[in-house]
Unconditional design. Structure first.
Length: 261
């Protein structure tokens, strides 16, 4: 399609001439009254390209061309599109008409141009809003799918202990994600950390009646972020239970031992 092509609407009455293009596959069609309407390219069909048209007739140098007789055009009955445009013009005339004052006056050109400008702007705005709503819906669907996957992982994953210790042995809880979870697919660093702290809280609550029980939380050396989060949780939620670094020979600096009081 090119500017100047004559087109007709597929799903509506009427047509016009292509006057421009917009993003998103929108073509501007100008009707015989000068109104530009944004229409999807899939909803119009070209009936007369700009390059086509009646071939010029070369007049003989000796014989002048016969004078053209004016054709008598029959008055056409107004179509539904003509009626709609006329109603639209009348609506905007009433809407934009104001009492004449010294400072404000509405010219005939402004009243005539108002339907065209406001209609195109309104339809363009509606199209943009529909596209924005669709993008938001797709984003919400992706977020809901990711959240459902995380909830499923949390529901099916359980802490894995190496063995059940005797009463005089410390209970070891390895907080590494690979030991706590069967898989971390769909989980970010913050969600993994929250699950590790939930494991500390759950373990402390389960053994809060086991006076004298020692629990070793293995958090690893790393950058110390998880170690600090664990000690902050113990100090805030279990202030009566003292904690200290676990055996350096066995764990290095990568574990914290708590005593239930």
């Amino acid at each position: 399609m090119n500017i100047g092509d004559k087109v007709r609407f597929l799903n509506d009455i009427g047509g016009g001439t292509i006057s421009g293009f917009q993003k998103g596959g929108i073509v501007l069609v100008k009707d015989e009254d000068g109104f530009e309407m944004p229409v999807l390219t899939s909803e119009v069909v070209v009936i007369t390209p700009q390059s086509e048209g009646p071939s010029p007739v070369k007049a003989s140098p000796q014989t002048p061309p016969p004078p053209k007789k004016p054709r008598k055009e029959k008055p056409e009955e107004p179509t539904e599109e003509d009626i709609r445009i006329a109603e639209l013009k009348e609506y905007y005339k009433q809407k934009t008409s104001v009492a004449p004052t010294a400072q404000h006056s509405v010219t005939a050109t402004q009243v005539t141009a108002a339907p065209k400008t406001e209609t195109v702007a309104l339809e363009d705005r509606v199209l943009q809003l529909e596209m924005t709503i669709r993008k938001l819906q797709m984003r919400i669907e992706r977020l809901e799918d990711a959240r459902a996957l995380r909830e499923k992982i949390k529901a099916t994953s359980t802490p894995r202990h190496t063995h059940t210790p005797r009463a005089d042995e410390p209970l070891e809880i390895d907080l590494h994600a690979t030991e706590l979870l069967d898989t971390t697919a769909g989980m970010g660093p913050r969600e993994i950390k929250d699950y590790q702290l939930q494991t500390v809280r759950r373990t402390m609550t389960e053994h809060q009646r086991d006076k004298g029980r020692k629990i070793v939380f293995i958090h690893g050396n790393g950058d110390g972020v998880l170690r600090k989060a664990v000690t902050d949780l113990l100090r805030r939620e279990f202030p009566r239970c003292p904690y200290q670094d676990a055996s350096f020979q066995q764990y290095g600096f990568g574990a914290t031992m708590v005593t239930i009081r």
